[in-house]
Design a protein around this ligand. Structure first.
Ligand code: ADP
Length: 505
C-alpha cells in the first residue's frame, strides 16, 4: 500500500462519524496490506470489560482469549499466538494513550509472521482507527451530556439565560422565553436586543456589582405580560467560569415572583385584619363593661318588677356581646401568636361549679348531668381559659340539641391526664365536617345548624387553649344522635422554665 493510499484511508477514517464505517475501512486497509488475510475487528466494552464485534451481526471468528487480549493491551504491541480454532493469529491492540479502544485480529496461519514494514502499516492503520473511534465516542458522550443538561434546563421552573463575556446570548431556556415574551434568540444576539430593557439594565447593574464587590444581590423588575398584567421578576446573576477559572460569561436566573408577592400581600392584609379586629374589639369592650356595671347597679336599685325585668334583659344581652367580643379578641391573639397562659395550681372540679352558673350553659329544656371523678389532683391550669373551654363545649352541646335532652359533663383521670368529656343528644356532625370544626370561623352549613346563631370561633378557641396546655381535642359523633367532645390535658404540677418566666413576668 503506497503512502498516498494509506493517508487517504487514514483521512477517511478520521472524518467518518460512524464506527461501523471506520471498522470497515480498517478491514479494507489491512486486507490490502496483507493480501487478503482474514481480519476480525473488536471494540472494547469498558462496562463489561470484554471485546465485542465492531459491526453488529458480523461474525468475527478470530476472537483471542482474554489473557491474550490483556497481554496485547498491556504490552501495547502486536502478539502472535496459536488460535483455538487452529492456526495462528496476530492480535493488534487499538489504544489511545492508556485507553483501550479495540483490537484487531489477523489470521496469519498461511501468511506466516508479517514482515516489519507490513506490520508497521497494520499498526498505523489500527492507530488511526483507534483515534477516529475514540473521538467519535467523545462526541457521543458530549452529545449525551448536552442532552441531559438541556433536559435539566428545560425542566427548571426558573428562567435561565447564559451570556458570554461580551454579553451575547448563548442559551435561553423556554421558561425564560415565556417570562420575557421573547422568541428563540438568534445566535450570538446581544442581550440588550434579546430581552426587555428593564431586564438588560438589571443585568448590567448586577455585572457592575460583581466587578466592584465580587458578589451581587438579587434585583426586582416588573414587566408587562402580553395580557397587560404586571409580571414581577427577581433577577439574579452568577459568573460562568471555565475549568481554569477565568470568567467566560454569566448565568442569569429569572424567578417569577407573582405568587410570593401575592402571598406577602395576603399576609399583610391578614395582619391588618387581625389588628383591626383586635382594636375594634378592645374599643367595644370598654363602653360595654360600663353599660353592664351600671345595669347591674340599676337592677339592685330598682324595686318595681317590670323595669327590673327589662334591665335583666339588657344585662344578659351585654353578657352575650361581651362573650362575642372576648371570642374575637382571643382569636386575634391566637392568630398573631399572642395568646398567653397564666398557669396556677387548680382543682379542676372547682371550675365546674363556677361554669354551671353561667347563663349560656343553663337551659330549661336540657338536663346537665355532671360527673367529676373524686381522684382528680390539683394541676397547673389557666383557670379562666379552662372555664372558657368548658363554657364553649357546654353551650355548644345545648345550642346544637335544640329539641332539648341530656348533656353530660364528665371529668376523669386517665393515665396522667385529665379527660374532659361533653356529650349531648343533639343533631350530631357528619364525618366530612368533623375535621374542619376546630378551624376559626368554620360553621357546619346545613338546614339544622342554620337555625342556630354562632360565629364559628368557639371550637377554634377551645383547641388553641387545650394546645397551649399541651393537650389535644377531638370529637366523636353520630348524625341525629349526638356528639361527644373530648379534651385531654396532661396533669402537670411543675411549670416548664419558659412558663415560669412568663408567670414571674
Ligand atoms: P359556633 O357554635 O359559634 O358556630 P363553634 O366553633 O363553637 O362555633 O362550632 C363550630 C361548628 O361546629 C358549629 O357551627 C356547629 O356546626 C358545629 N358544632 C359545634 N358543637 C357542636 C355540637 N355539640 N353538636 C353539633 N354540632 C356542633
Amino acid at each position: 500500500m503506497d503512502t498516498t493510499a494509506l493517508s487517504q484511508l487514514a483521512r477517511r477514517m478520521l472524518s467518518s462519524t460512524n464506527g461501523e464505517e471506520v471498522a470497515h475501512l480498517l478491514r479494507e486497509g489491512v486486507c490490502h496490506v496483507t493480501g487478503g488475510a482474514e481480519v476480525s475487528i473488536f471494540l472494547w466494552d469498558a462496562p463489561t470489560g470484554r471485546l465485542r464485534p465492531a459491526a453488529p451481526g458480523v461474525k468475527e471468528s478470530l476472537q483471542p482469549d482474554p489473557e491474550v487480549t490483556d497481554a496485547a493491551f498491556r504490552e501495547a504491541e502486536p502478539i502472535t499466538v496459536p488460535h483455538s480454532r487452529g492456526g495462528f493469529i496476530t492480535a493488534v491492540p487499538m489504544r489511545v494513550g492508556d485507553r483501550r479502544i479495540g483490537l484487531l485480529a489477523l489470521d496469519v496461519s498461511e501468511l506466516g509472521p508479517l514482515d516489519p514494514d507490513r506490520l508497521a502499516t497494520v499498526i498505523l492503520l489500527a492507530e488511526h482507527a483507534a483515534t477516529a473511534l475514540s473521538s467519535q465516542r467523545a462526541i457521543e458522550e458530549t452529545r449525551g451530556q448536552f442532552a441531559l443538561l438541556n433536559n435539566v434546563l428545560e425542566s427548571i421552573t426558573n428562567g435561565i439565560v447564559t451570556i458570554d463575556a461580551e454579553r451575547r446570548v448563548v442559551l435561553m431556556n423556554r421558561n425564560a422565553m415565556a417570562m420575557l415574551g421573547a422568541g428563540t434568540p438568534k445566535p450570538r444576539v446581544a442581550l440588550a436586543d434579546a430581552v426587555p430593557a428593564p431586564v438588560a439594565d438589571a443585568v448590567g447593574g448586577l455585572i457592575q456589582e460583581i466587578r466592584d464587590q465580587g458578589f451581587c444581590m438579587e434585583r426586582r423588575v416588573t414587566l408587562k405580560s402580553a395580557g397587560g398584567e404586571d409580571l414581577p421578576l427577581a433577577v439574579s446573576l452568577s459568573p460562568l467560569r471555565d475549568p481554569v477559572a477565568s470568567n467566560v460569561g454569566f448565568i442569569i436566573v429569572l424567578r417569577d415572583m407573582t405568587a410570593s408577592e401575592e402571598l406577602e400581600r395576603l399576609r399583610h392584609l391578614d395582619e391588618l385584619k387581625s389588628q383591626f379586629v383586635a382594636n375594634v374589639s378592645h374599643e367595644l369592650k370598654t363602653p360595654l363593661t360600663s353599660i353592664k356595671a351600671y345595669t347591674e347597679a340599676l337592677i339592685d336599685m330598682v324595686a318595681e318588677e317590670q323595669p327590673k325585668q327589662f334591665l335583666k334583659v339588657i344585662d344578659e344581652e351585654s353578657d352575650r356581646l361581651l362573650y362575642l367580643i372576648n371570642d374575637l379578641l382571643n382569636v386575634s391573639r391566637i392568630q398573631s401568636g399572642r395568646l398567653k397562659m397564666h398557669l396556677e395550681m387548680t382543682a379542676p372540679g372547682a371550675l365546674v361549679q363556677e361554669v354551671l352558673k353561667i347563663a349560656r350553659v343553663q337551659s330549661e329544656k336540657h338536663e346537665v348531668v355532671v360527673d367529676v371523678a373524686a381522684d382528680l389532683p390539683e394541676m397547673l391550669l389557666d383557670r379562666d381559659k379552662i372555664k372558657e373551654v368548658l363554657i364553649n363545649l357546654l353551650s355548644n352541646a345545648v345550642k346544637y340539641s335544640p329539641k332539648g335532652g341530656r348533656v353530660w359533663l364528665r371529668l376523669k383521670k386517665l393515665e396522667g391526664n385529665l379527660q374532659i368529656e361533653v356529650q349531648d343528644e343533639g343533631m350530631g356532625i357528619a364525618p366530612e365536617n368533623r375535621s374542619k370544626l376546630f378551624q376559626a370561623f368554620y360553621r357546619v352549613d346545613n338546614s339544622s345548624t342554620y337555625e342556630v346563631s354562632g360565629t364559628g370561633l368557639g371550637l377554634a378557641i377551645v383547641k388553641a387553649i387545650v394546645d397551649h396546655h399541651g393537650g389535644r381535642v377531638w370529637v366523636e359523633s353520630e348524625v341525629g344522635h349526638g356528639s361527644t367532645f373530648y379534651a385531654l390535658l396532661p396533669i402537670r404540677t411543675e411549670a416548664r422554665r419558659e412558663e415560669e418566666a412568663s408567670l414571674r413576668g
